[in-house]
Write a protein that binds this ligand. Structure first.
Ligand code: ATP
Length: 245
């Protein structure tokens, strides 16, 4: 099966706020797919629905062919979700935290050891892995959480703003980690409001604004279509044109 995520006419309201107004998109196996848009556009809501943490009001969402409402347990076995504002257990050391998570997921000792090795490599916190999470900077905590999300080798990693709070070098390193994860056979859905960074990272993107997907495609194709030099310009042009051009 090549389609990993299938979203059709997805709607979600919070009271009177229409967070998602009927969005549709597909993600294929082996892709890095970026949901890109400004604050409040509906990115986190979409990611949480696909992760089975939030129920849709209407529409269809399938992950590996499983329906998010009817078969959430099957989906949870195949995905790993990195929330935007996640924290780790502050009283554990970074290494203790990775071990704590690996114990839940590993089916045997070998797999446990492999997960910890991968986690240590991805987190790349060196000696600080033995310090308490409470002493970590925001960027260090983020790296630990990315390590936790990817070391369990999910079939689909759902990453909400994976590079938020990271400095330029750490953000670059995390982008490389994401690429390596996909080269190893995984698929990634990520969100970002950093339109420039997604160009080098994502195979395809969907631009979301005000609960609607206003444009989607490969970054290179979109830049060509709008004669833009970057995705930020594409977004500005799409939003400017909506309803008037
Ligand atoms: P950001 O980049 O700021 O994280 P986002 O694109 O992820 O934004 P969402 O968090 O999906 O946006 O929010 C979409 C809309 O839904 C916003 O107007 C937000 O205020 C609203 N919203 C999201 N969650 C809730 C909630 N639990 N209760 C009420 N409104 C909510």
């Amino acid at each position: 099966m090549n389609v990993v995520v299938e979203v059709v006419d997805l709607k979600k309201k919070f009271g009177s706020i229409e967070a998602l107004k009927g969005i549709s998109f597909e993600i294929e196996k082996g892709e890095i797919f970026g949901l890109i848009g400004p604050n409040g556009a509906g990115k986190t809501t979409t990611l949480r629905i696909i992760s089975t943490l939030l129920k849709p009001d209407s529409g269809t969402v399938r992950v590996f062919g499983y329906d998010v409402e009817k078969e959430p347990q099957e989906i949870r076995k195949l995905i790993s979700y990195l929330p935007e504002e996640a924290g780790a257990y502050r009283e554990l050391t970074g290494l203790g935290y990775l071990k704590f998570v690996a114990r839940f997921f590993a089916k045997n000792d070998n797999e446990f050891e492999r997960m910890i090795e991968d986690g240590i490599q991805i987190a790349n916190l060196k000696d600080r892995l033995r310090s308490k999470v409470a002493t970590y900077s925001k960027g260090m905590t983020r790296r630990l959480l990315i390590a936790r999300t990817l070391m369990v080798k999910p079939k689909l990693a759902i990453l909400d703003e994976p590079t938020s709070g990271l400095d330029v070098l750490n953000a670059r390193e995390v982008r490389l980690i994401i690429k390596r994860f996909v080269e190893g056979g995984g698929t990634v859905l990520l969100s970002s409001h950093n339109m420039l960074e997604v160009e080098s990272l994502c195979d395809r993107i969907a631009l979301i604004s005000n609960g609607e997907i206003v444009e989607a495609g490969k970054p290179e194709e979109l830049k060509k279509k709008y004669s833009a030099s970057n995705i930020e310009e594409v977004f500005a042009e799409v939003v400017r044109c909506s309803g008037t051009c």
